[in-house]
Design a protein around this ligand. Structure first.
Ligand code: ARG
Length: 473
């Protein structure tokens, strides 16, 4: 026998459990700790009380409980809520979870009426309702932060619509682009995130309450009334599914994972852009930290941490999927394990979005450094090829001509725009003096003036559409 078995075998009287009736011995002290969820589900107190109020009101309306009892219940719940907020409630592990803690307090306060609150309900539909109420509110907060960050990106895009930097493919200089265009790419990613959150919210906003333990209840409950009181779109249609479904949490976590993946990509770019080798942007000091040993360091901690934190959100998604995969219908205690990953995902996502939304308005692009970088790597080579095509050369041949010109540039350490007309003409006689208009960075970006292109004019147009979009939805 392991030594600690005896340490955990001290018992508490079975009578203090609301479900203690059929038990002949009290719960092992360690098992009590092990199975309790109060240490984390206390976070749901507000939504648990909100659900209980609606349930009690519905019981009165349906004539299941007398109005006087329900009035006492509502007043008692109000007082408990105030006390919790004032930090006056001590949670009890022996009362297992938030539901039984609140119910026990209620009965302490209002007596027998408190014992009637649980009529026609089970903790199984209660917890499923609580998490949905809670998550619905969190999604609204997350969408607000996404919008705040999108707003910052739009402002930056508009301000820096003409600022040029090299665009990359394979992290090799590809073509010049505008900084505003780059910011609006991030905006688009966040717009899809926003829409995914809104879509997920529809499936969160369905009410399990009334499913009771698993099969429904014998009382003549009015589920439409509770749904209306709680702002749910409608009651869940199948009681077995209602108590056991956690798809909404998985779906939320999947959407959250995509947001974090996006933020992680933004982070990676900021980390690269703030390195001495790139030096494209300046992050405000208050979003960075130094090194305890290297006095010169200014580290991009916020982006790095956000990039790192994406891992825990992806991990939570896998936890939730694994949690559900082996569960037969209907409720199983396994489901208690949904809360910590879900809470962690919400906290991590909200924190990361907030940090980005606070930081982005203060990011300063270094236009001269970006311009210098765009001048290297022959970023206007495609423009020269397009120029030759317009003059009648087939694209493949034009590609070949420009390739040779680039080879000379590499050899002599010069950009195409730094070569003389005669030099360029040795690769193709159709090149004329007007070539220099397309070889400039400004010429290159402003030529891409169509829907979705990088031209400053398009960036301004897209920024104004984006502004409208986030103002209306
Ligand atoms: N603490 C439980 C949970 O988080 C509440 C429901 C408990 N239901 C039960 N039959 N033990 O899921």
């Amino acid at each position: 026998m392991p030594k600690n078995t005896t340490e955990h075998s001290n018992t508490t009287p079975s009578t203090d459990k609301p479900w203690g009736g059929r038990f002949s011995e009290s719960t092992d002290a360690f098992v009590e700790e092990f199975t309790a969820s109060i240490n984390f589900d206390k976070r749901l107190y507000k939504h648990d009380i909100q659900g209980s109020r609606a349930h009690a009101r519905m019981l009165a309306k349906a004539g299941i409980l007398p109005a006087e009892d329900v009035e006492k219940i509502i007043n008692g719940l109000d007082e408990i809520e105030t006390d919790i907020e004032a930090g006056k409630i001590e949670w009890s592990v022996s009362l297992e979870d938030i539901h039984m803690n609140i119910e026990a307090r209620l009965t302490d306060r209002i007596g027998i009426a408190g014992k009637k609150l649980h009529t026609g309900r089970s903790r199984n539909d209660q917890i499923a309702t609580d998490i949905r109420l809670w998550l619905r509110e969190q999604i609204d907060g997350i969408c607000h932060e996404i919008r705040r960050l999108q707003g910052a990106l739009i402002e930056l895009a508009d301000r820096e619509a003409d600022t040029i930097l090299p665009g990359f493919t394979h992290l090799q200089v590809a073509q010049p682009i505008t900084f505003g265009h780059h910011m609006l790419a991030w905006f688009e990613m966040l717009q899809r995130d926003f829409e995914r959150m809104q879509d997920c919210r529809k499936r969160v906003n369905v009410m399990p309450l009334g499913a009771a333990a698993l099969a429904g209840t014998t009382y003549p409950i009015d589920r439409n009334h509770s749904a209306e009181l709680l702002g749910f779109d409608h009651p869940a249609r199948n009681s077995l599914d209602a108590v056991s479904d956690r798809d909404f949490a998985i779906e939320f976590n999947a959407s959250a994972s995509i947001v974090m993946m996006h933020l992680s990509r933004f982070s990676e770019e900021l980390v690269i852009w703030t390195s001495a080798q790139f030096d494209f942007v300046r992050l405000p000091d208050r979003f960075c930290t130094g090194s305890s040993i290297m006095p010169q360091k200014k580290n991009p901690d916020v982006p790095e941490l956000v990039r790192g934190k994406s891992g825990r959100v992806f991990g939570n998604l896998l936890s939730l999927l694994t949690l559900m995969k082996g569960q037969p219908l209907a409720y199983n205690k396994d489901n208690q394990e949904d809360k910590e990953p879900l809470f962690d995902t919400v906290d991590t996502l909200l924190g990361s979005l907030r940090a980005f939304a606070d930081m982005m308005p203060h990011v300063q692009p270094k236009a001269d450094k970006m311009r210098q970088a765009a001048m290297q790597g022959f970023s206007t080579a495609t423009d020269l090829a397009d120029y030759l095509v317009v003059k009648g050369l087939p694209f493949r041949d034009a590609h070949e001509v420009v390739g040779s010109a680039v080879a000379l540039g590499v050899e002599s350490g010069r950009d195409l725009s730094e070569m003389s007309l005669e030099e360029l003409q040795q690769f193709s006689a159709i090149i004329e003096a007007d070539v220099f208009e397309v070889l400039t960075l400004e010429g290159s970006v402003s030529a891409r003036n169509h829907l979705g292109g990088t031209a400053p004019e398009q960036v301004r147009l897209q920024a104004s559409y984006a502004r409208e979009l986030i103002a209306t939805a």
